[in-house]
Write a protein that binds this ligand. Sequence first.
Ligand SMILES: Nc1ncnc2c1ncn2[C@@H]1O[C@H](COP(=O)(O)OP(=O)(O)OP(=O)(O)O)[C@@H](O)[C@H]1O
Ligand SMILES: [Mg+2]
Length: 483
Amino acid sequence: MPDSDKRPAQDYRFRVRLSERGCVAGIGDGIVWIRGLPSARMDELIGFDDGSTGLVFQLGKEMLGAILLSQRHGVTAGMSVTHIGRRLEVGVGDALLGRVVDPLGNPLDNLPPPELRESYCLEASAPPIIERDFVNEPLYTGCKIVDSLIPIGKGQRQLIIGDDGVGKSSLALDAVINQRGRNVLCVMVLIGLPRSSVAGTVEALRQADALDYTVVVVAEANALPGFRYLAPFAGCAMAEHWMRAGRDTLVVYDDLSRHAQSYRELSLLLQRPPGREAYPGDIFYLHSRLLERSTVLAPEYGGGSMTALPIIETRLGELSAYIPTNLISITDGQIYFDSKLFAAGMLPAIDIGRSVSRIGGKAQHPAIKAASARIRLDYLQFLDLELFARFGTRLDAGVEDKLRRGRLLRELLKQDRLVPLSEQEHLAWLLAYGEGLLDKSGPETAVALLPRLFEAVREAGLKLDDAKDRWMSVLQNVLAESA
Ligand SMILES: Nc1ncnc2c1ncn2[C@@H]1O[C@H](COP(=O)(O)OP(=O)(O)OP(=O)(O)O)[C@@H](O)[C@H]1O
Ligand SMILES: [Mg+2]
C-alpha cells in the first residue's frame, strides 16, 4: 500500500466528539416540537434522522418549535434531531429566469433543478440608510391611470389593495408584462393560490413572452403553512441578489393577506399569544422587515433597485382593518380598487380619489408630469360635479363643458388587461386630451381615435424628450386627417 493511503489512518486521533442531539416530542400540521438542542437559535436549520429538514421557529423553556421544510420518509415522535449549522438560504442567479419554483428553489415546472452557484439568506437585514439612494427613475406599469396619475418609481413600495375579484392581480401581471425589453428582472410571488390560478398566471406570462425575465415563486393553497410564510422572503432574496448586482427588479407579492393568515396559523400552532384579530403581536414587523428590503441602492453600492408591489385583499372595502392599515403605513402609497367601479364597468377599477403615490411623482418624466398635472384634479372635480348634476339642476355652460370633458376622460382612462401602453403612448393621449384636441369628438370617437394617435407617434419615432411642439404637430395631423 503506498504511503499516501496509509496517512489518514496514521493521523487519526481518538478524542471525545460532542454533538448535540434533540428528540422529536410531537408533530402535526407541519410543526414539530423538539426536546433538547439547548443551543438552537431562531431561524436555524435542523436535520432529522430520516433526512427531513426543519427551521427553528419558536424557542421555549422546555421545547422548541420548528416548521417542517422537507419530508423524506416521515418524521415520527422519538426521532433524533441535530443542528445543520446554517441559516435558511435559497439558490439565486440568472438560471432562475423562466422557472416556476417553490420557496426553497425546488422546481415545480417538471424541469431539472436550476443550476445555481450562489445562494442568499432568506432573512437578510434591509440595506442601511447610507447605502440607499432616492427614488429617481420611473417604473412604467403600462396602465394609463397608474403611470399618469399614481406614478411608481424604481425602488418604491406601492400597495395594490381592494376587494376580491376586482383586478388587483391583473394590474400586477400587466406591470410585469410591461417590463419586457426594459431590463427589469421580475419576481412573481404567488401565495396560497389554487393550482389553476397559478397555471393561469404562468400561462399569461408565457404568452406575453414575459417568462424570459421572470421567476415565479409559488406556495400553493395546499402547501404547508411554513411554505406560504417563507414564499415572499424567498422571492425577496432572489430579487435582492440581483439588486446587489446592480440590476433593476420588480417583485409582486400576491397576496400578503394570505401570507398574514399563514403566519397567524403558524403562530397559533406554536402557541404564541394572539393579539388583534388573533394575529400575533409581531405581524407588523413581519411585513415591514419584508418591504424595507425594497429600495434603490446608491451608485457606489451598485445602483440596483427593488420595486415592490404587495397586494392586499380587503373585505367589503374595509380599508381600516388591521392588516390593510399596517400595510398602508409601511408602503409609499396605494392603488385602491373599488368593487362599485368594477361593477359599473370602469376597468381598471381604480378609485383615483383614494389612491396615492407618495414618492413616484419625483421620478416621473417631466413631459408626462406636465401633461398629467391637472388631470387628477379635473377628474375628481368632475366626479363631484356629476353627483351634483344628477339632481336635475340647471347648469351653466362652463359646468356643462367640464362634465363633457370629464365623461370623455373617464372613457379614455378605461383600459383592457394585457395591453400595456408604452410611455410614448401615454404622453400621446395625455397631450391630446390635455390640449383639447379630442374635445370636439364624442367619447366613443375619441377612444376609437387613440390607436391612430399611437400609431402616428410610433411612426414619427417621437421620444419623451422631444419638444412639445413636435408632439402637437404630429397629433394635430392625425386629427386633421380623420376629420
Ligand atoms: N382592465 C381589465 N379589463 C377587463 N377585465 C379585467 C380587467 N382587470 C381585471 N379584469 C377581469 O376581472 C377579473 C378579476 O381580476 P383579478 O383576478 O385580477 O382580480 P383580483 O382582485 O386579483 O382577484 P382575487 O381577489 O380573486 O385575487 C378577471 O376575470 C379579469 O379578467
Ligand atoms: Mg388576485
